[in-house]
Ligand binder design. Structure first.
Ligand code: C2E
Ligand code: CA
Ligand code: CA
Length: 406
């Protein structure tokens, strides 16, 4: 089977190759690689006439410089490549994936599917081998999300179903990795991932938030103990304001912090207006800070109450919400908001992280504005634990080379 892998990240191409070989060791896989859409288009244009050497599958990332996934789709639609099975992979949200799926089907391409990163090669392989290419009528559900509801949520909060990804934060001026944010997914074997926006509200409604938070913390700490090199990077865990109301959870975090003193732990707090105003929540924040656990105020700018929070609580960091960042280069209102948040943070001596950094142009603009750290798809989508060390190695290697030439 000849597979053309198109992705601008070499480590992702490597992972895809390895996963294919693991899935079916009996089968012979031959891979061609392209690091951008334009190179892929050249390969497609120059492919041999010999049927044995034909490409059996194109796996293409959606977002790349020098020809993105849409350029490949356009090319395949307008040349003799329409019949080649095409799998689109992307870190974009579900709605964007649906849009791409609709576009691809309107061109009558042989779409295997549109798959969300982190990739599960097994799903792609199954879709090809079962000849499950999605037909136009089915496009509204390119990647059905498995069910999660009050009836099964308790049975999903356990070590087997919890799956953690890690997204890097970098210092913009140097490009150095400063830490990673832990992002949870629930995984139903053979059925795919459930994302936090879907399961966190159900978890909270059913009073399971502290159970989940404990599990996330303990699983992330275990990952940090797997490799000594990870200790050089801060580990940020998301907590919601509801978690602050549990004394048991606060004691658990403080205890974990004490017994894992070699891990630089941070909590990212997403506030909900009513909860955080409760005395108990403020006391819990004070207790964490007194015990040297730094707290980041997440989604800054989203809520009206955030300014007085900064006045009364010594946060270590604020994270500018991605909604203000991801269109920064085109949206003057968002530029003004981000600028004033950075100026305020400077006066209060608080570090600023911008999340949702999707392009180099946005990162450069943030640097000009004086923002310290960046996080977003431009640097990397959330990375599965098993690929974390490979990603760090490759990122640091690339960064060293950039510095050697600059
Ligand atoms: P958040 O803390 O604001 O996390 C950032 C979200 O933005 C993540 O979505 C991440 O995948 C996504 N993202 C990262 N880079 C980019 C980018 O460049 N552009 C865009 N458009 N999005 C980007 P995810 O993983 O779906 O998480 C959603 C939210 O769920 C998180 O928002 C966080 O508040 C919450 N969450 C995640 N894991 C946990 C957890 O273990 N516990 C709690 N309480 N909440 C969690
Ligand atoms: Ca966060
Ligand atoms: Ca956010």
């Amino acid at each position: 089977m000849n597979i053309l892998i198109v992705d601008d990240q070499a480590f992702i191409r490597e992972v895809i190759k390895q996963e294919f070989c693991k899935i079916d060791p009996e089968k012979q896989f031959h891979f061609q690689e392209a690091n951008c859409g334009n190179t892929a288009i050249n390969i497609l244009n120059n492919r041999p006439i010999d049927p044995a050497a034909q490409i059996d599958l194109v796996i293409a990332d959606l977002k790349m410089e020098n020809g993105d996934g849409l350029a490949i789709i356009n090319h395949m639609a307008t040349t003799g490549s329409r019949e080649i099975p095409l799998a689109i992979v992307s870190s974009s949200d579900k709605r964007t994936l649906e849009l791409v799926s609709n576009i691809t089907n309107s061109f009558s391409l042989n779409l295997v599917g549109v798959f969300q990163k982190p990739l599960n090669i097994d799903n792609i392989y199954k879709a090809i081998t079962a000849k499950k290419a999605i037909v136009p009528e089915q496009t509204s559900q390119p990647h059905p999300t498995p069910a999660c509801h009050a009836g099964n949520i308790a049975s999903l909060i356990n070590e087997d179903n919890l799956f953690l990804c890690y997204q890097p934060k970098i210092e913009i001026s140097t490009g150095k990795i400063v830490g990673f944010e832990v992002l949870s997914r629930l995984c139903i074997q053979g059925d795919g991932f459930i994302y936090p926006d879907k399961f966190i509200p159900i978890v909270e409604e059913n009073g399971l938030n502290c159970q989940l938070a404990k599990l996330v913390l303990s699983q992330a700490l275990s990952q940090w103990h797997l490799f000594e090199a990870l200790k050089g990077y801060r580990l940020s865990i998301n907590i919601s304001a509801a978690d602050l109301l549990s004394d048991d959870f606060i004691d658990y975090v403080i205890n974990e912090h004490l017994t894992n003193s070699d891990v630089d732990l941070m909590l990212e707090l997403t506030e909900s207006q009513q909860t955080i105003n409760e005395d108990r929540a403020l006391q819990a924040i004070a207790k964490l800070i007194i015990n040297d656990i730094p707290i980041s105020l997440d989604d800054f700018g989203k809520s009206y109450s955030t300014l007085d929070r900064l006045d009364s609580i010594p946060f270590d960091e604020i994270k500018i919400d991605k909604d203000f960042v991801s269109d920064l280069d085109f949206n003057p209102q968002h530029q003004a908001i981000v600028e004033s948040i950075i100026a305020l943070a400077k006066k209060l001596n608080v570090k600023v992280v911008a999340e949702g950094v999707e392009t180099l142009a946005i990162q450069n603009r943030l640097q000009t504005m004086g923002c310290h750290c960046a996080q977003g798809y431009f640097i990397s989508p959330p990375i599965e634990g098993r690929y974390l060390m490979a990603w760090i190695h490759e990122y640091n290697h690339k960064r060293e080379q950039q510095y050697a030439y600059s």
